[in-house]
Design a protein around this ligand. Sequence first.
Ligand code: 5GP
Length: 193
Amino acid sequence: MNSADQKMIVISAPSGAGKTTIVKHLLKKFPQLGFSVSATSRTMRDGEENGREYYFMSSELFRDMVRQGKLLEWQEVYPDSFYGTQVSEVDRITSTGQFPVFDVDVVGGLNIKKMYKERALAIFIKPPSYEVLEARLRSRGTESEENLLKRLNKVKWELTFENNFDVVIVNNTLHEAFSEAEKLVADFLNLNL
Ligand code: 5GP
């Protein structure tokens, strides 16, 4: 397939909505999907591997890539934490015939949707409530209290963007969210469930 015609899946959500779990599930379910590994300047967490979850780099290197026009989109998702999608990453995935899957923040997701229009299915994952999301983020235990508060401050604002997405999945139970996401992706990409 010509990469210019290739469809893609964009998944965005406030952090803690369960987005990454859903993305991982979809990647396991459909080998036709390829995860777009973003570049980031945030520090690596326990269990993460360079080149698997992210390409980890310094802020200086990240800024160089921005200047050199190597990023399709990028955001300072949290103060001093930059995240961006490299053009080369999309090329890498489409050249294998896979459909790229982007796990990006809400603004990044809408930017990718604007670029690719009907070629992209933009999915917004919504937590059942703000309180549930706060509890999930706390129980994850991956963040310092300071970072946690930064993230929570952003959540309410991010929730206002849901109507700009093609579809919204409310993550009540993972089981339901998985099957809803599978159906949406299979329909959009004409894949067998
Ligand atoms: P985390 O630090 O929890 O891995 O990710 C924080 C947020 O950054 C998540 O919402 C994640 O989807 C988003 N993110 C990851 N990669 C990118 C990217 O390439 N571009 C944008 N705009 N956001 C990203």
